[in-house]
Design a protein. Structure first.
Length: 162
């Protein structure tokens, strides 16, 4: 399942990169370096939008790395549904963070990353091309997926208790 998920992420990223390349100027080395280097190297001189975007990306990636460390590849990619052995139940980080972040840390991590990238890449061209709408739809899909998983977990627990 992890290979299929990685293939889907590659397709998803490729489609996003192609869209950004076609409709915005945010995937060029010139744009990305201008975001940082034209304002100087000190953190205090970086635009607030860039700082918040970077902070969101870092936060998202901390959650993404933490979920792999906490439950491993089999846990992240639903190995238990395919008969794979899972490790012990995890209650530490990132699951000990208050909901909704700790309830679905992998989705929280990806949403932080998406919105961090939106902040960094928000230009008039990107916004006119629909970047904000794309990010909102993507966010809705992750929220729906987390709700479905939560419902499945509740139903599964109820069935086991009977």
């Amino acid at each position: 399942m992890s290979k299929a998920a990685h293939a889907l992420k590659l397709i998803q990223f490729s489609a996003l990169a192609a869209w950004m390349w076609s409709y915005t100027n945010t995937l060029t080395v010139q744009f990305l370096t201008s975001q940082i280097f034209t304002v100087g190297f000190s953190v205090g001189s970086l635009p607030l939008q860039l700082l918040i975007g970077l902070a969101l990306i870092v936060t998202g990636q901390v959650f993404n790395v933490a979920i792999y460390k906490a439950i491993g590849k089999n846990g992240v990619y639903y190995g238990n549904r395919f008969g794979a052995q899972l490790g012990p139940w995890c209650t530490g980080f990132p699951f000990n963070v208050p909901p909704p972040m700790g309830r679905h840390p992998q989705y929280f991590g990806v949403l932080c990353t998406i919105w961090g990238l939106v902040l960094i890449c928000s230009t008039q061209a990107a916004l006119a091309a629909g970047m904000m709408e794309l990010a909102v739809v993507w966010t809705i899909f992750y929220i729906i997926t987390s709700l479905i998983e939560q419902t499945e977990e509740s139903t599964s627990r109820d069935l086991k208790q009977k």
